[in-house]
Design a protein. Structure first.
Length: 319
């Protein structure tokens, strides 16, 4: 099975082609004229709610929005960034807002810009969904190597990257009480990846949906297991939580309305793809057509080329 996942992963990248693959797996616009240095930035942490802080990505490619949830007895870090340098930056930012010695590190999915910063937290407890652990076991280091090859800077940042062993693994859902605030951990894949995991800070009504919902960024169907049907079901479930704040993996911090916006886009894309499939069009032709169509239909949304991989997922689910 492990070799099958590896083959499917690289087959997907090859099928997308060099330009399309770069667009699908880069998450935000490249900075104009800047040297790439995808390390979490210090000194920009914002307080989102009484218990929640975020380190914004500032739309830097390869940098996630990092979450810090602080209770009276423990702290959770969500997505500590790419490599040890990012993790160390997150640790220093955490120290500004929390004096807790009990720390948990959790991640929304396996991709290196979300996970490999955990190396800077050797004493923290790692909690993962079972499906994310499966992703890491089968393809984690393959993704690290893919990211290393994208630039000399990423190779430097990821030179000692690896994945820490999980201290605890849950199946579908787990709630952690940090003292005065609870964090609900929910398996919501397969969508962007097999192991997608969302985090909901109940008392503050703050949601971290990972790549399932980002503000005006087309969703990326990044793995052979990516599923439009599952993605829609998970988004509907997350929308029912009625969060006040939604902090997607990348892009701007937002409110709950982005869940509905992502649902509308994906439902429209699914309906158009199925209609074109019924007319006899191939997945390749439909993907190219809808990438162009949705670029016009959703002009504020970044990376409409991702419609190509979404169409592939829709066709796989509807043979």
């Amino acid at each position: 099975m492990k070799h099958g996942i590896r083959f499917a992963l690289f087959a997907l990248l090859a099928a997308l082609g060099t330009q399309a693959a770069a667009q699908v797996f880069n998450t935000t616009r490249s900075p104009q004229g800047d040297k790439e240095w995808p390390v979490v930035k210090e000194g920009i942490t914002v307080k989102v709610s009484p218990h929640v802080y975020a380190i914004p990505s500032e739309s830097v490619p390869g940098v996630p929005n990092v979450g810090i949830i602080v209770g009276s007895k423990a702290t959770i870090i969500i997505d500590p960034g790419m490599g040890r340098l990012s993790g160390e930056a997150v640790a220093r930012e955490m120290a500004k807002v929390s004096k807790n010695t009990e720390v948990y590190v959790v991640t929304t999915h396996l991709h290196p810009e979300h996970t490999t910063g955990e190396l800077a937290f050797p004493n923290a407890k790692i909690i993962r969904a079972a499906a994310e652990q499966k992703d890491i076991d089968e393809a984690g280091m393959q993704w690290v190597n893919i990211f290393r090859k994208r630039s000399p800077e990423r190779a430097e940042i990821l030179k000692d990257a690896t994945f820490r062993k999980a201290d605890e693994i849950f199946d579908k859902e787990k709630t952690v009480d940090l003292g005065g605030v609870r964090v609900r951990m929910m398996y919501v894949g397969p969508a962007h990846t097999l192991g997608d995991t969302a985090f909901y800070v109940e008392e503050d009504k703050v949601l971290f949906p990972g790549d399932l919902a980002m503000k005006e960024i087309f969703p990326a169907f990044a793995m052979p297991q990516s599923s439009m049907r599952s993605w829609l079901v998970s988004l509907e479930m997350l929308e029912r939580l009625k969060p006040a704040h939604v902090i997607g993996s990348h892009g701007d911090l937002a409110d709950g309305s982005i869940l509905g916006a992502n649902l509308e886009l994906l439902r429209t894309l699914q309906a158009r793809a199925l209609a074109l499939k019924a007319e006899g069009k191939s997945a390749e032709a439909t993907g190219k057509l809808l990438a162009a169509e949705f670029k016009t239909k959703y002009p504020k949304w970044d990376q409409p080329v991702r419609a190509i991989s979404a169409v592939e997922a829709i066709y796989r689910e509807n043979p």
